[in-house]
Design a binder for this molecule. Structure first.
Ligand SMILES: *[C@@H]1O[C@H](CO)[C@@H](O)[C@H](O)[C@H]1NC(C)=O
Ligand SMILES: *[C@@H]1O[C@H](CO)[C@@H](O)[C@H](O)[C@H]1NC(C)=O
Ligand SMILES: *[C@@H]1O[C@H](CO)[C@@H](O)[C@H](O)[C@H]1NC(C)=O
Ligand SMILES: *[C@@H]1O[C@H](CO)[C@@H](O)[C@H](O)[C@H]1NC(C)=O
Ligand SMILES: *[C@@H]1O[C@H](CO)[C@@H](O)[C@H](O)[C@H]1NC(C)=O
Length: 660
């Protein structure tokens, strides 16, 4: 180890020549090792390189998480002789803060996998988890246990989260409770909660974090998902009887989404690609709602790279979702400057907002909602604190000239979410920047890697399960069967018995009762009992068939006298099932053109015509299409040639109303 460049004064000139002036000051690996773990370097031993310590799950690097190679060849956070770098077992915050009850076992400290149980004193009843386990991310499983008794207060006892202290014991309307964290913990979430008129506490319960506490991907997708969903829709759902489909009514107003990704040296090089993929996933997810947001997307270090300019959305030329995705995919980070200017991001967003306001006018601008989504570790070293700029942004959105009461009511028009990502996060600088009503807005993650999956889960599958064509696009881990179902959730396997021989076909679910397949799968004389459809929906794989209907114009020998032996026009058939299949994220219908479902899936606002859908879907004379084939044990995608079939017939045979 330790390949420092040592230059004697004699060799110095030569050395200078070879190393272009950087000679004297690479860092060394001396004393850098970590007991029980290892480390990675972002730029070997060059200046600006970040050394990141890694420990096995359930452990964290101590005393420091990272070290930075400085200009003069010394490490920031120099190793200390008496506290050698090692992997320490993860600790969870102290649960013995619970009132009116007992925690067992009583311990000074609680470590990963330690189990605690909770019991209330007699006369008190428990809400929350009676048993909690200390998890590898430094949090307790379940929810805060609270012992309380009927007190006649307007709000229920809000309890005390592990590691915290609470000031305030009166739970009447407009009363507040304040939280702080003990010892070396810090608070994430609201410092204060107010008992509201509806008997609920404002905001979400805060939590006490250690520097080694992280949010899991699942927590983030649930919390961020429910929050962003609120921004995306009023969740007024009508019950559509046709396919159990939820129809959303979007708010009258415009949604502007501003995304910024920190690509300064404090976040690793390879992460930029992952961040791009995550943003693309997010944009696709958002587009499964009927709202059509405008996007501003920037990457930043000391400079700002504006990948998508929101002002383009206000020009005549409407920016399409695919265009955004292509621009994002093509974006390459060139020579990066060192330094991070977080304030520049907010200043740019503020400028864009000011221009939008000028363009659309004050009254229209009032109807605009703004959602900021930032990915950074918060280690800015240029441009100063963004707090004053954020205050200006709030003024602009809240319309500060009006009275306090009204400013309050406009808080829902601005959300600032921060995904704090990294091994060394500057929570104190970042947390004051988040804003917005309701759910959690500050997320703490170790790596950007999980982000794409996190975003893929943010939209409640239950809620959009009626939406046709929605599927997972990335490689899914798990058995090939499960992976295939998630990737092609409309897929059905069909077996037809004819005179003792069985024939296999693949079909697509078009609604919970109907499967679309080829007419040539059937032979004259087949009866419904000959046909079996397999779809694993958790209700039994094999589905009984009520009826099958080949297209009336399908005639394989229809052109025999013209010399065409096998004629495959109208080669479609519908299979009607006895019982409907259970729709879920892995069992979902494919989109049929000229239907409202497809209109929604294409984000065509309101009712669209066949023509509009065709223009979007079949832009070119030749379209690349694919079909599925089953070769045990996998499902494969293949490229065929295909002719368009009688869409109207499909729709009318299923007695579907559709807009033509
Ligand atoms: C190297 O630079 C840092 C700050 O730039 C300074 O704190 C440190 O004392 C310097 N170390 C040496 C050995 O000169
Ligand atoms: C708690 O965890 C620590 C560290 O793993 C372990 O040494 C200790 O025995 C555990 N205590 C209990 C009560 O399980
Ligand atoms: C819609 O469905 C929900 C749950 O399925 C049900 O509670 C509600 O009453 C339904 N509303 C109407 C208008 O049918
Ligand atoms: C929706 O916004 C338009 C202008 O964008 C306005 O004319 C209309 O009155 C609004 N509708 C409602 C229900 O607020
Ligand atoms: C509102 O905020 C803007 C921007 O910070 C500021 O210029 C203006 O003076 C403020 N107006 C009032 C009445 O506070």
């Amino acid at each position: 180890m330790g390949f420092a460049v040592h230059c004697s004064w004699l060799a110095a000139l030569l050395c200078l020549h070879f190393f272009g002036g950087q000679v004297c000051c690479d860092c060394t690996e001396e004393n850098m090792e970590i007991e029980g773990g290892h480390y990675t370097l972002t730029k070997q031993l060059q200046k600006g390189s970040l050394l990141i310590y890694q420990c096995p799950e359930g452990y964290y690097p101590y005393p420091v998480m990272t070290r930075l190679c400085q200009h003069n060849g010394s490490w920031r956070m120099a190793p200390r002789r008496f506290t050698p770098q090692r992997c320490r077992v993860v600790e969870c915050p102290d649960p013995n803060v619970m009132e009116y009850g007992e925690v067992s076992p009583p311990q000074d400290k609680y470590f990963v996998n330690n189990v605690t149980t909770y019991e209330c004193y007699s006369g008190y009843t428990m809400r929350g988890s009676a048993r909690r386990v200390c998890l590898p991310n430094g949090k307790w499983s379940g929810s805060t246990p609270i012992c309380s008794r009927e007190s006649g207060h307007d709000c229920a006892d809000p309890g005390i989260p592990a590691g915290a202290s609470r000031a305030g014991n009166i739970f009447g309307i407009d009363e507040t409770v304040k939280y702080s964290c003990n010892s070396n913990l810090f608070l994430v979430g609201p410092i204060e909660r107010v008992c509201l008129e509806n008997g609920q506490w404002s905001g979400k319960e805060p939590a006490c974090y250690y520097k080694h506490t992280y949010d899991t991907s699942l927590e983030v997708s649930q919390a961020f998902g429910s929050s962003i969903r609120e921004s995306l829709t009023t969740l007024e759902s009508l019950n559509d009887t046709q396919a159990g489909k939820t129809i959303r009514i979007s708010k009258n107003g415009t949604l502007n989404i501003y995304i910024a990704v920190d690509i300064s040296e404090s976040i690793e090089e390879a992460d930029v690609k992952k961040a791009k993929d995550a943003i693309i996933t997010l944009i696709k997810k958002i587009s499964s709602f009927t709202v059509d947001p405008n996007y501003e997307i920037v990457f930043f270090s000391s400079d700002l790279y504006e990948v998508v300019n929101i002002l383009d959305f206000f020009d005549e030329k409407k920016v399409e979702r695919n265009t955004i995705i292509n621009i994002l995919n093509d974006f390459q980070v060139g020579q990066k400057n060192t330094g991070t200017d977080l304030n520049l991001v907010f200043k740019t967003f503020l400028e864009r907002m000011a221009i939008i306001k000028l363009q659309v006018g004050k009254e229209q601008f009032k109807e605009h909602r703004h959602v900021f989504i930032l990915f950074t570790d918060g280690a800015y070293n240029m441009g100063g604190s963004p707090e004053p700029t954020v205050a200006q942004i709030k003024n602009m959105v809240y319309m500060n000239h009006t009275v306090e009461q009204e400013a309050q009511s406009r808080e829902e028009y601005l959300d600032i979410y921060i995904f704090a990502i990294g091994n060394e996060i500057f929570d104190d600088d970042l947390q004051p920047l988040v804003t917005g009503l309701g759910g959690k807005h500050y997320f703490r993650m170790k790596e950007i890697t999980e982000l794409q999956e996190t975003f893929d889960q943010i939209i409640d599958e239950e809620e959009v399960k009626g939406l046709c064509g929605l599927h997972k696009e990335y490689e899914i881990v798990g058995s090939p069967q499960v992976a295939a179902r998630k990737k092609y959730p409309w897929w059905a396997f069909i077996t037809i018995q004819t005179e003792g021989r069985s024939k296999n076909c693949i079909g697509s679910l078009v609604n919970p009762y109907f499967v679309l397949t080829a007419a040539h799968c059937f032979t004259f004389g087949n009866v419904p009992e000959d046909v079996k459809v397999e779809i694993e929906d958790g209700q039994g794989r094999v589905k009984k068939v009520k009826n099958f209907i080949p297209h009336p114009k399908y005639k394989i020998n229809g052109k025999e006298n013209e010399g065409v032996l096998e004629f495959y026009d109208y080669d479609v058939a519908l299979i009607q099932l006895e019982e409907y299949v259970q729709i879920s994220s892995s069992v979902r219908p494919i989109c049929i053109p000229c239907t409202q479902e497809t209109s929604d899936a294409l984000q065509l606002v309101g009712v669209s015509t066949c023509k509009q859908q065709e223009e979007l879907l079949l832009k070119n004379d030749l379209e690349r299409v694919s079909f599925l084939t089953k070769r045990e044990p996998r499902l494969m995608k293949k490229m065929p040639t295909l002719s368009l079939v009688g869409i109207e017939w499909i729709a009318s045979s299923m007695h579907w109303r559709h807009q033509a």
